[in-house]
Design a protein around this ligand. Structure first.
Ligand SMILES: Nc1nc2c(c(=O)[nH]1)N[C@H]1C(S)=C(S)[C@@H](COP(=O)(O)O)O[C@H]1N2
Ligand SMILES: [Mo]
Length: 343
């Protein structure tokens, strides 16, 4: 099969979406980025052999078959998922990890069931504070992640459909967690176990990574990554393009995880002056907003184009990203500037 993504590592498979496939509101399944800490299962599990257990701080531990999931009310929700390390390679000071540019993000319409419905069936004990997820894939160190109970009850989906198709194997078939508006690390694939806990889960993927910390600090002393940060990206033109004078359509996307994006502005002079861009396409909570800026350019030269988002509270995307050792959450305006030539 022809490769559709920009592959960073093949084993495990980490690959980003080329910018031209970030221009539509829906990111097609075949163009959606891949991020794996271990191996993708080689074969999809037979649905008859799959079960989901719910244990820990619950009144009635459950074991649920796929058919039971399908009988529950179905929720259909758009959600933009971004890898915590997306845009890491655009940081001016290097940070360790996969060299994502802007393509470690995608938007899909997910079908599934609300986690709260299953937790209600199991009955939470008074001691319940966190919900941990584990997948069925083979791995030396299992990718186990927990989220606070509030998030689990309020806005976490267990998804079995992605853009109207059964969840593809590499995106977590048959079921994955989706903490809406939170980074991909909070969205465990190949889900097989849910554990309700009194404390956050401990382990490598909780305490050593997905933490925001500075050099010389203990990783676990930094906060865990949660919501996507307010950010905008330019998806057309592409860095280094040479374009003709006249109408130039600048395209991009803006997103803020749990926060809604209210406004988007564009600068074509390296941040000296700004003009409003307009939103195009659907606007839904948890999903990115595509935008366009119609630029009339009459002089040849080199231009630096930037975009800047504001959220519904009037907060602005920062001009420079907050650096951290693992390069998470790069949402800097300057880091995302592109340089192009007008001939
Ligand atoms: N079981 C399991 N779930 C996982 C991972 C993993 O390695 N194993 N990677 C996580 C990370 S860091 C991200 S960004 C997303 C990527 O999901 P995708 O490959 O469907 O785009 O899955 C998350 N869920
Ligand atoms: Mo990630």
């Amino acid at each position: 099969m022809k490769e559709k993504l920009r592959v960073m590592t093949e084993k495990p498979r980490n690959a980003e979406t080329p910018a031209e496939h970030l221009r539509s509101w829906i990111t097609a399944n075949e163009h959606f980025f891949d991020r794996n800490q271990g191996e993708i299962p080689t074969e999809p599990i037979a649905l008859a052999n799959w079960e989901l257990t719910i244990s820990g701080e619950v009144e009635k531990p459950l074991s649920v078959a796929f058919a039971d999931i399908l009988k529950m009310p179905k929720a259909i929700v758009a959600n933009t998922m971004e890898c915590s390390g997306n845009s890491r390679s655009l940081l001016t000071e290097k940070a360790a990890g996969n060299p994502w540019t802007i393509g470690g993000v995608g938007n899909a319409v997910w079908g599934g069931v609300w986690l709260r419905n299953l937790l209600e069936q199991a009955g939470l004990k008074g001691s319940a504070r966190y919900v941990a997820f584990e997948g069925y894939e083979q791995a030396k160190t299992k990718f186990v992640r927990s989220i606070p109970l509030d998030k689990a009850l309020d806005s976490t989906l267990l998804a079995y459909e992605m853009n109207g198709e059964p969840l593809p194997l590499k995106h977590g078939y048959p079921l994955r967690a989706l903490a809406l508006g939170w980074t991909g690390a909070n969205c465990v694939k190949w889900l097989s176990q849910i554990m309700v806990l009194e404390q956050p889960n401990k382990g490598f993927f909780m305490d050593n990574v997905y933490r925001v910390f500075q050099k010389g600090m203990e990783p676990s002393s930094g906060p865990a990554v949660t919501s996507l940060k307010l950010k905008s990206i330019i998806t057309q033109p592409l860095p280094g393009d040479t374009l003709a004078k006249g109408h130039v359509v600048v395209l991009g996307a803006a997103y803020g995880g749990e926060k809604g994006v209210e406004r988007i502005e564009v600068s074509v002079d390296g941040g000296k002056t700004w003009a409003p861009a307009e939103f195009i396409g659907p606007r839904e909570p948890y999903a990115w907003h595509q935008w366009q800026y119609l630029w009339e350019v009459s002089e040849s030269g080199t231009y630096q184009i930037m975009s800047r988002a504001s959220d519904t509270n009037g907060e602005q995307q920062p001009m420079d990203a907050d650096w951290n050792v693992l390069g998470y959450g790069n949402n800097g305006v300057r880091e995302h500037a592109i340089r192009i030539d007008i001939a």
